[in-house]
Design a protein around this ligand. Sequence first.
Ligand code: MIC
Ligand code: SF4
Length: 850
Amino acid sequence: MLLLKNKPMVFDLDMIQALYSKMPSRIAKARTIVKRPLTLSEKILYSHLDTNQKVENFGRGKSYVDFAPDRVAMQDATAQMALLQFMSAGRPKVAVPSTVHCDHLIVARTGAKEDLTIANDESREVFDFLSSVSNKYGLGFWKPGAGIIHQVVLENYAFPGGMMIGTDSHTVNAGGLGMVAIGVGGADAVDVMAGMAWELKFPKLIGIKLTGRLNGWTSAKDVILKVAGILTVKGGTGAIIEYFGEGATSMSCTGKGTICNMGAEVGATTSTFGYDESMERYLIATGRPEIAKLANNVREHLNGDPEVYANPAKYFDQVVEINLSELEPHLNGPFTPDLATPISKMKEEAARNGWPTHIEVGLIGSCTNSSYEDISRAASLARQVSDKGLKTKSEFTITPGSEQVRYTIERDGFIDTFDRIGAKVFANACGPCIGMWNRVGAEKKEKNTIVHSFNRNFQSRNDGNPNTYAFVGSPELVTALAIAGDLTFNPITDTLVNEAGQRVKLDPPTGDELPIKGFDVKDAGFVAPAKDGSKVQVKVSPTSDRLQLLAPFKAWEGTDLTGLRLLIKAKGKCTTDHISMAGKWLKYRGHLDNISNNLLIGATNFFNEKINSVKNTMTGQYDEVPKVQRNYKAQGIGSIVVGDENYGEGSSREHAAMEPRHLGVRVILVKSFARIHETNLKKQGMLALTFANKEDYNKVQEDDRIDVIGLTEFSPEKPLTLVLHHRNGGEDSITVNHTYNKNQIEWFKAGSALNLMGILASTQASKNEAPKTGLIEKVASVAKALVRRVLPKAKAKKTAKKAAKKASAKSPKKAAKKVVAKKAPKKAAKKVTAKKAMKKPAKKKVVKKK
Ligand code: MIC
Ligand code: SF4
C-alpha cells in the first residue's frame, strides 16, 4: 500500500507508546478487581483512570469516575466559548495535546473556493482569535478549509485504545479507530486542558454483534440507521456501544467511523470497535505505520476478552444482533434520525404520512460520510448517469470531510465525474449539515424533500426552512435517489427511464476502501503552535459583536428560590437546535449576550402550540422568548423552563446552557435530559431537574409562580420540592429529582464550575504567595474577586472591605483564606470539597507534539 505523502507529521507517538506500555498492567489490575473478563470499553476506561482515582469495580450508570483523557479536540463554533473559559482559568498552556478545527463557520453558497474566501473575510476576527489563542496556549490549529474536525481527527489523531474528549457531539466518530472518544461541552474541555481530571458517570455497556457481511446497496450507514430505529434517540443515553463480530471486522475502518459517528443520534456516550486489520490498513494509508506497529504489539488489549464476545449477554447490559447479509438500505426521517424506514417500505410510508416524494436536493459528505470509500462508491453511481443515458433529476452537492480526501478524490477523477452530473462541490466543512447553506428559495418555507448522508435531520436544521423534510441515507443511496429524483425509488428493484425512453437499472455501487495510489495532499491546513507562546497577544475588541470576554455568573444566594415565573413549557422534541439554533446564529458563538437572542426560539410553547411566542406573565402579553426573558431579567425576576423527554438532545453546544443562565433562568425542569446537555447545565451553575413523576409535567400552568424548596440542604440523591402556585389560588407541590454529586453541588453554589475553579486557583495562589510589597492591595483584590464570585453583590462589597481591613492587620495569606472559608454560601469553598472538586492534575499531562 502506498503511504500518504505531504502529511504534516505523525502526532502523539510518544504519548501512544507510553499509554500502550502501561495498558497491560492496568488492564490486569482491573480484571483482578472486577473479577471477570473485560469488554474493550472497560479496558480503555480502566486504562485512563486519573492518577488519584481509586480502582474499583465501578457501578455502571452509577459511579462518578475521574478520567485522564489523552487529548482534546474543539471545532470553531464551540472552541470560542471553550477557549474564552480556558483563558479565564489562568493556565499558561494546555496540559494535554489539544487542537482547534475551523469547519463550522463556512457558508455553502456557490462552491468551495469562493465560499472559503468569503468565510475567511466574514469570520476573520474569529479565526484570528482562535489561531492566536492556539498559538499562545500550545494548541494545534487547523485552518478553514482543512476539513471537518472528526474526519481530520480520524486521519491524524485517533488511535486504538485511546481516550479523547471533544467539544462536539460527533467526537464519537473516532470510535471507528478503536477509541473511546466522547463529546462534551466546553467547560469539560477546560478541565482537561487545565490539567484536571475529567469526571464521567461510569457508562452502561450495550453490545452490538454484527454477523454476516455488507453487500450490494447496503453500507455501514445502514447499520447505524437500523440501530437508531431499534434504540431510538434516547436508547443509548449513558451507555457505550461496543460493536463486535465477523461483520465488524469485515467492514472498513471509515465505515466503522460512520457507525460510531451517528451513535450520537441514539444518545450514546460513545461507540467503539476492537482493533483489527481494517484499522491497521487505515493507519498505514493515513501515514501512521508506526502507530499500527505499536498497536499490533498490544492487539489483545485493544479488543474485548474472547469470553465477552463468546457470551455477550453475560457482560453487556443490553445486546443487539444485526445480520449484515440481510440488512436493507434505510432512509431515516423526517425531522428525527430514529424514524427508520427500509427502502422497500418507503413507497407506502411516504404515501401514508404525506411526505413529499420529489427530491429537490441530494447532499453527500459531512463528518459522517465523506471517506474515500463513500465518495468512490457514490461516484460509481454518478458514472452510470452518462453510461446509461440518464439525467440527474435533483440538485446534487458534495461536502468533502477533509482536504486530504478532497485532494485525493480530485486526483482520482471523482470530482470530474460528479461535475458531469451537475454537482456542486462545497468547501471541506460542515456547510449544509448545520444550516450554513445559502439555499436559494428556502426563505419561502415551501414543503419539500431533501436527502442527505449527514447524521441529523431536525426541523429547520439544514436550510432554516421548517417545512424541509430531510431524510438521512448512505451516500450511495442518496446519489441514486438524486439521480431518480424520487424518494420512493428503490434501486434494488426499480428501473429508471433514460433520455432515450428505455428502462434501465442502476448497478449496485462499487468502490475502493482506500485509494490504490495512496492519499495525497498539498497543504493539509495544519499550523503548529509557537514553542513559547507567552508573548503572543490575544485581542478581543470590547466593541466586537462576534466575541465577548466572559463575566463570571453570580453565585447562589444561599436560599431557596421563590416566585420564579414560567418562561416556557416546551412541548415535544426540544433539541439543542431548538434551544440555541445554529445556521446564521453560529456567528455569535463567541458572544454570549448576542447569541442569547436566540434562546429557545425553536421550541414549541405547550400552551399555544406556537414557536417563539410565550406569555410575559408580568404584562399578560405574548412575545418572543428571549425578549420575555430579558424583561424578567431587567426586573430581577428568576424563571424556569419546563421540557419534555430527552431535552437538549443533539449538539454539545454549551450555549444552550449558558444562554438561559446568562438571561436569568434558574431552573430547567424536564421529563429527561440528554447527557451532554445535563452536564453543561450543571457546569454553568444551573439547576437541572427532572420530574419524579412525569405526569407532573401536566400540573405546570402558564401563570404559575414557582418555588424551589430544599436547596439549603441540597445533597446527592435527595430530591427537591417544587411548589407551583397557580393563578386560581390553588397549589401543587411536586417532587423533582436531580443527579448532582457533591462536587457538582459546589459548582451550583459557586455559580459555575469555572467560578469554583477560579476560587480554588486563587486560594492556592494566595497560599503560595510570600508577603512582599503591595500585598495588602493584592490580597484585597483577590478577596474581592473571590467574594464577587461566590456572594451576591451587596454582601460581596462589605466582605471585601472587611477582608482588606483585616489583611492590613494580619497576614495577607490568612485573610484571603478566611474570606473563602467563612463567607462563601453554605461552605461553597469548604476545604475538603474544594480539594475534591479541584482534583489533582492528571499525572502525565505533558504537552506533546501538536
Ligand atoms: C452539530 O452537528 O449539531 C454540531 C453543530 O456539530 C454540534 C456542535 C455545535 O453546536 O457547535 C455538535 O454536534 O455538537
Ligand atoms: Fe459538522 Fe454536521 Fe458533523 Fe456537526 S454533524 S460536525 S455540523 S458535519
